[in-house]
Design a protein around this ligand. Structure first.
Ligand SMILES: Nc1ncnc2c1ncn2[C@@H]1O[C@H](COP(=O)(O)OP(=O)(O)O)[C@@H](O)[C@H]1O
Ligand SMILES: [Mg+2]
Length: 639
C-alpha cells in the first residue's frame, strides 16, 4: 500500500475556515481577480474547468481498473460455460488501455491547470510586492531606523512566497482535494453501501484531526526554527556589513561565536522539526492503513457473500490509494497555509501602517520664489525623555549662508532632518518662504532641498549611476560638469573604467572623501534652491577640503545654504554662525564678532586651531592606509 512511499510531505490537517483565511482571501481577491484583466480572469475559469475534468478522470480511473479485473477474471474462469464470447477476450486490453488513458488525461489536465494558474498567482504576487515596496519607502525614517534592513526585505520576500503559496494551495490543492473526498465518499456509498463511506469518512476525520493536532505542535517548533534562522541571517548580514570594523577590533572570534550561538538554536529547532515530522508521518500511516484495511475487509466479506466482484475489491483499494496522495499533502497544506497567512499578514501590516509623516489631504506643493528658511522656536525629541532641541529659532535669508556649529551630539544633524521633514517637531514650526513645511507636499519640499549628508551611502552600482541619481534626465555633459565642480572628475578619469566603475555595496570601494564628493556632485546636479551641507567636508583632508570648499562656495552662491560644521575653519565666511549647544542657540553672529566676543565660539576656535595640526597628520596617515587597503586599481587620488 502506498502511503509510506508517497512524497514525504509533512502533514497536517485542514480545519480550514479560520476567519484569518477568509479575511486574507478577501484582501487578496482583488489582486487575484484584477479589474480589467480579462485574460487573467479567463485563465481562472479555464483552470477551474480543467480541475473538474481532471477530477472526473480521477474517478473514472479506478473503475477502468475494476472493469479490467472483472474482464480478466471472466476470461480466465475455466469453470465458466465454455463458449466465452470472442469480444470478451479483448475486453481486458481495451479496458487497460482506457485505464492508461484516464491516467494520462488526469495528469495532463492537472499540469495544464497549474501552468494556467501560475500567471494569475504570480501577477498577484508582483502587484502586492510592489505595493509593499512602495509603502516601505513611504514610511518614516524612524520606522526604518528601528527595523533591521534584513528583516524588512525578509518580510517582503516571505510575503511574496506566502501569496504565491496561498493562492496556489487553495486553488490547486485544497479545493480539488475536497472535491475528490466528496466524490469518493459518494461513489463508495453508491457502488457498495453506506458502511464503506462511513468507514472512510471516520478514517479521514481521524486522519485530519491527528494531522491538525500534530501540525499545531510542529508549527511552534518551526517558528522557533524560523526565528533562529532570521536571527542568524541578521547577525551574519550585520557582521559582514561591518567587515572593516570587525578587522579594526580583531573581533572575528566574537563575531563567529555570536553567529554560532544563533546557529546552535537553529540546529536544535530544525532537528526537532525533523523528529516531529517523523511522528506525524508515522501516525498518518497508521490511521490510514487501519481505515484501508477495514474497507478491504468489508469488500472481502461482500465478495465471499457474492455481493460484489473481485473487481470491486480492486476498485476500493485503488480509490483509497489514490486518495492517500492528496491526504498526505493535507498536513503540508494546513501548515503552509497557516504560515502563508502569517507571512501575508506581516506584509499587510506594513501596508496598513500609517506613515508617521504624511501629507495633509489636499496639501499644496511648496513654492520657493526666494528660499528663506525659518526655524521658529523648534522643540524636538526623538524619544520624549530626552529633548534634543529646546527652542531653536533662526533664519537663513534667501540666498545667504548660515552655519551651525557645536559639539558632536548637539543636534545639528537633527536640524537638517527636521528641515527635510524626516521627523516633525513637537512644537514650533519650520517655514520656507512663509509656508510651514508641515503643510506642503513632502515631494515638493524634498525637491527644493539638496542635502549632502554626514555619512554618504552609495548605491551598489557605478559612479556614473550614483552621480546621475541627483537628476535622472541630466545629460552626459552635465554629469561631467557636476563631477568637475565637486572635484572628483580627475579621480574618475584616472580609473580604468571611468564613470562605469562599480562602487561596491554602500560605496565601500570608495574612500570617505571620494564618496563625499560623489554626494556633492549629485547634489550639484540636482541644483536645488536650498542647500544643506551636513559636515560635507568632514571626511576630507584639509588640502582637498579647501579645494572642495571653493566648489561648495560657488555652488552655494545665490542659494540658501545651511552649513553644518564641526570644523570651524569651513564656516568663517558664513553670513551668520550659530553655536548650538544642549539644544539651544547659545551664540550667534559672524566669525569676527563671535571671536571678539570671546565666548564659546572663540574658545572652540582656539582649541581647533591647535588640534588642526595634529589632525592633519592623522588624516594623512589614515588616507594612506585606506589607499593601501584598496585594490591597486587606481593611481593615487588626492584625498
Ligand atoms: N533616530 C534617533 N533616535 C534617538 N536619538 C537620536 C536619533 N538620531 C540622533 N539621536 C540623538 O540625538 C542627538 C543629536 O544628534 P545629531 O543631531 O545627529 O547630532 P550632531 O549635532 O552631532 O549632528 C544625539 O545625542 C543622538 O544620539
Ligand atoms: Mg551630525
Amino acid at each position: 500500500m502506498a502511503t509510506a512511499s508517497e512524497p514525504a510531505a509533512p502533514s497536517a490537517s485542514a480545519p480550514l475556515e479560520r476567519p484569518g483565511l477568509l479575511a486574507t482571501y478577501r484582501r487578496l481577491w482583488p489582486h487575484l481577480w484584477p479589474h480589467g484583466r480579462g485574460d487573467l480572469q479567463r485563465r481562472i475559469f479555464l483552470a477551474f474547468g480543467l480541475l473538474m475534468l481532471a477530477k472526473a478522470a480521477t474517478m473514472v480511473m479506478p473503475f477502468t481498473f475494476k472493469w479490467a479485473t472483472d474482464a480478466l477474471v471472466a476470461a480466465t474462469d475455466k469453470s465458466a460455460p465454455a463458449a466465452v464470447p470472442a469480444g470478451l477476450i479483448s475486453a481486458p486490453f481495451v479496458l487497460i488501455g482506457l485505464y492508461g488513458l484516464s491516467r494520462v488525461a488526469m495528469a495532463a489536465m492537472t499540469q495544464v491547470r497549474d501552468g494556467l494558474f501560475a500567471k494569475v498567482a504570480m501577477h498577484a504576487v508582483r502587484r502586492l510586492a510592489l505595493l509593499t515596496f512602495e509603502h516601505m519607502h513611504r514610511l518614516s525614517l524612524r520606522f526604518h531606523l528601528e527595523r533591521k534592513t534584513g528583516g524588512l526585505t525578509r518580510v517582503l520576500e516571505r510575503g511574496r512566497n506566502g501569496i504565491e503559496e496561498l493562492s496556489r494551495l487553495m486553488v490547486l490543492t485544497l479545493v480539488p482535494t475536497i472535491v475528490e473526498l466528496a466524490l469518493v465518499l459518494g461513489i463508495l456509498a453508491w457502488e457498495f453501501d453506506w458502511l464503506y463511506s462511513a468507514v472512510v469518512a471516520t478514517m479521514i476525520a481521524a486522519y485530519l484531526g491527528f494531522t491538525w493536532k500534530a501540525t499545531e505542535w510542529r508549527i511552534g517548533i518551526r517558528r522557533r526554527m524560523n526565528n533562529s534562522d532570521t536571527d542568524a541571517t541578521t547577525k551574519a548580514v550585520d557582521s559582514l556589513l561591518n567587515y572593516e570594523t570587525v578587522k579594526y577590533f580583531g573581533a572575528e572570534g566574537r563575531e563567529t561565536a555570536r553567529y554560532d550561538a544563533s546557529m546552535a538554536t537553529y540546529e536544535k529547532a530544525s532537528t526537532q522539526t525533523y523528529v516531529s515530522l517523523a511522528v506525524l508521518n508515522a501516525g498518518q500511516a497508521v490511521i490510514f492503513t487501519l481505515g484501508m484495511t477495514a474497507v478491504m475487509a468489508l469488500a472481502a466479506r461482500d465478495i465471499m457473500a457474492g455481493r460484489t466482484t473481485i473487481g470491486g475489491f480492486v476498485l476500493v483499494n485503488t480509490m483509497l490509494v489514490q486518495l492517500s496522495m492528496p491526504l498526505n499533502f493535507m498536513g503540508m497544506i494546513y501548515r503552509e497555509i497557516k504560515q502563508a497567512l502569517v507571512d501575508i499578514d506581516d506584509m499587510f501590516r506594513i501596508i496598513d501602517r500609517n506613515p508617521e509623516i504624511a501629507d495633509r489631504p489636499g496639501a499644496p506643493a511648496l513654492a520657493v520664489p526666494a528660499g528663506t528658511v525659518r526655524f521658529e522656536d523648534v522643540r524636538f525629541a526623538y524619544i520624549p525623555e530626552r529633548p534634543i532641541l529646546r527652542g531653536v529659532s533662526f533664519e537663513v535669508p534667501a540666498g545667504r549662508t548660515v552655519a551651525i556649529v557645536g559639539p558632536s551630539g548637539a543636534g545639528k544633524s537633527t536640524l537638517s532632518r527636521l528641515l527635510f521633514r524626516f521627523y516633525e517637531p513637537q512644537s514650533g514650526r519650520i517655514t520656507i518662504d512663509g509656508q510651514d513645511i508641515a503643510n506642503v507636499r513632502q515631494d515638493s519640499l524634498r525637491a527644493a532641498i539638496g542635502m549632502v549628508p554626514q555619512d554618504t551611502v552609495l548605491f551598489n552600482d557605478t559612479i556614473g549611476y550614483n552621480i546621475r541619481y541627483g537628476r535622472w534626465d541630466a545629460t552626459e555633459a552635465e554629469v561631467r560638469e557636476a563631477a568637475r565642480l565637486a572635484q572628483i572628475d580627475r579621480f574618475i578619469e584616472s580609473l580604468p573604467e571611468g564613470y562605469e566603475t562599480p562602487v561596491g555595496e554602500r560605496g565601500l570601494k570608495l574612500s570617505g572623501g571620494e564618496k563625499q564628493r560623489v554626494a556633492i556632485a549629485r547634489t550639484i546636479l540636482k541644483s536645488p534652491p536650498i542647500l544643506v551641507l551636513d559636515e560635507a567636508t568632514s571626511a576630507l583632508d584639509s588640502f582637498t577640503e579647501r579645494e572642495i570648499q571653493a566648489a561648495l562656495d560657488r555652488v552655494s552662491q545665490g542659494r540658501t545654504t545651511l552649513v553644518i560644521a564641526h570644523r570651524l575653519s569651513t564656516v568663517v565666511n558664513a553670513d551668520e554662525i550659530l553655536v548650538l549647544d544642549h539644544g539651544r542657540v547659545v551664540e550667534r553672529g559672524d566669525h569676527a564678532s563671535l571671536l571678539a566676543r570671546g565666548g564659546v565660539y572663540a574658545a572652540l576656535w582656539d582649541r581647533q586651531r591647535q588640534a588642526d595640526a595634529a589632525r592633519e597628520a592623522l588624516k594623512r596617515a589614515e588616507d594612506e592606509r585606506a589607499l593601501g587597503a584598496r585594490s591597486a586599481m587606481e593611481p593615487q587620488p588626492v584625498g
